[in-house]
Design a protein around this ligand. Structure first.
Ligand code: G6P
Length: 358
């Protein structure tokens, strides 16, 4: 059944494995063959009338929002801001004239996000919740809601909900875009991505080896990237730290030299995510700076960028959709590090799946 681990040792691995299916579910629900995205006329109308989108979320959902903002800006041309709900709730920024709010929440119950939704409802603004739980609080209280269709997510560390949130935001941005000018067959691209994720999962043994050799013995670790990869590395670092307890930071690669480089020692793991051809040279430079200080480096790159010395090569896909693929090796590295340390992967200490306190 959906909530049974079956032969899997942990829910997290099962949920990582389900990611290609989740993408296919979203395609069949929201991108039927005739090409017109199916997300509801009211949503499209209200979003197109907005002068700015505000994405509000917490944790992994916030990280999915950082990717979504790029999609709304670059595909749909709508300025978009992303906010951590616990901050927005008590320090509301100056809003644009016609704001539209998107709440991202796997559970639909995060108290911090609910606080924001109540505040903006009181101000009369429109909102859309993307959640995995239909009829949840954030589902009921927003103007509109769409399901993530990821199926129950049980492991505390979120995986398939992130992929579903990025995918659904891509479909939304696509629905709002001038699709002729964008010149992208999203259905086809997402199908390619589902296959690419499957390929990574089939190749997971090499990630187990890397985790055991490089991350299990580590005290701290870094993920670096630029552009949309700077958003992915935040999620990659969160996955690793929350289930393995290896202190991990995700950094915009160019920012490393402004302080954090001082923490690099002999054998400090530094993992670079490089999917954006125009930025790869710069990230390679930043990586070399860490190597010169003794870092043990690992690279996750797309084919177009790959050099013989790179470690994990991903197929080439639309640049803004690369997070859907590049996050997967990071999820698996986190999983195998936690496993290698003998920890309870699904139930990290001090954490809850859904946080209903502020
Ligand atoms: C908790 C969970 C995280 C999740 C965050 C936001 O901290 O452990 O996995 O990303 O809440 O939850 P939400 O349900 O709003 O996406």
């Amino acid at each position: 059944t959906e909530t049974d681990k079956g032969a899997y040792p942990f829910y997290m691995l099962k949920e990582i494995d389900e990611q290609p299916v989740v993408i296919r579910q979203l395609i069949s629900r929201y991108l039927p063959k005739d090409g017109q995205p199916q997300i509801g006329e009211g949503i499209v109308k209200d979003m197109l009338a907005a002068d700015r989108i505000y994405i509000v979320a917490a944790g992994t959902s916030y990280h999915a929002g950082l990717v979504g903002a790029r999609l709304f800006e670059r595909w749909a041309g709508i300025p978009t801001e992303v906010h951590v709900s616990s901050e927005f709730a008590y320090e509301q920024p100056l809003l644009s004239e016609k704001p539209f709010f998107i709440f991202l929440s796997q559970s639909g119950e995060t108290a911090d996000s609910r606080e924001v939704l109540q505040n903006i409802n009181a101000q009369g603004f429109k909102s859309l919740t993307l959640t995995n739980v239909e009829k949840s609080t954030l589902w009921r209280e927003a103007t509109y809601a769409l399901p993530l269709l990821a199926g129950p997510e049980i492991a505390v560390a979120s995986t398939k909900a992130y992929v579903a949130q990025v995918t659904l935001q891509a479909i939304l941005a696509y629905a709002l875009a001038d699709r002729e000018a964008l010149n992208l067959d999203l259905e086809q691209e997402l199908s390619k991505i589902a296959i690419a994720i499957q390929g990574i999962i089939d190749d997971k043994e090499q990630l187990q080896e890397v985790a055991e050799e490089m991350l299990v013995p580590a005290h701290h670790a870094f993920y670096i990237g630029r552009g949309v990869d700077s958003a992915v590395v935040l999620e990659a670092a969160l996955k690793l730290k929350e289930i393995s307890y290896v202190q991990t930071e995700g950094f915009a690669a160019g920012e490393l030299k402004h302080g954090t480089l001082a923490l690099i020692e002999e054998d400090t793991p530094v993992i670079a995510v490089m999917t954006q051809p125009r930025l790869a040279g710069l990230v390679r430079g930043n990586l070399a700076e860490t190597q010169a200080r003794g870092a043990k480096t690992y690279t996750i790159v797309t084919q177009a960028i790959a050099k013989p010395e790179d470690d994990f090569v991903l197929p080439d896909i639309n640049e803004l959709l690369t997070p859907l693929v590049s996050v997967v090796p990071a999820q698996l590295l986190a999983y195998y590090t936690s496993l290698g340390r003998g920890l309870d992967v699904d139930h990290p200490r001090n954490l809850a799946k859904s946080v209903t306190v502020q």
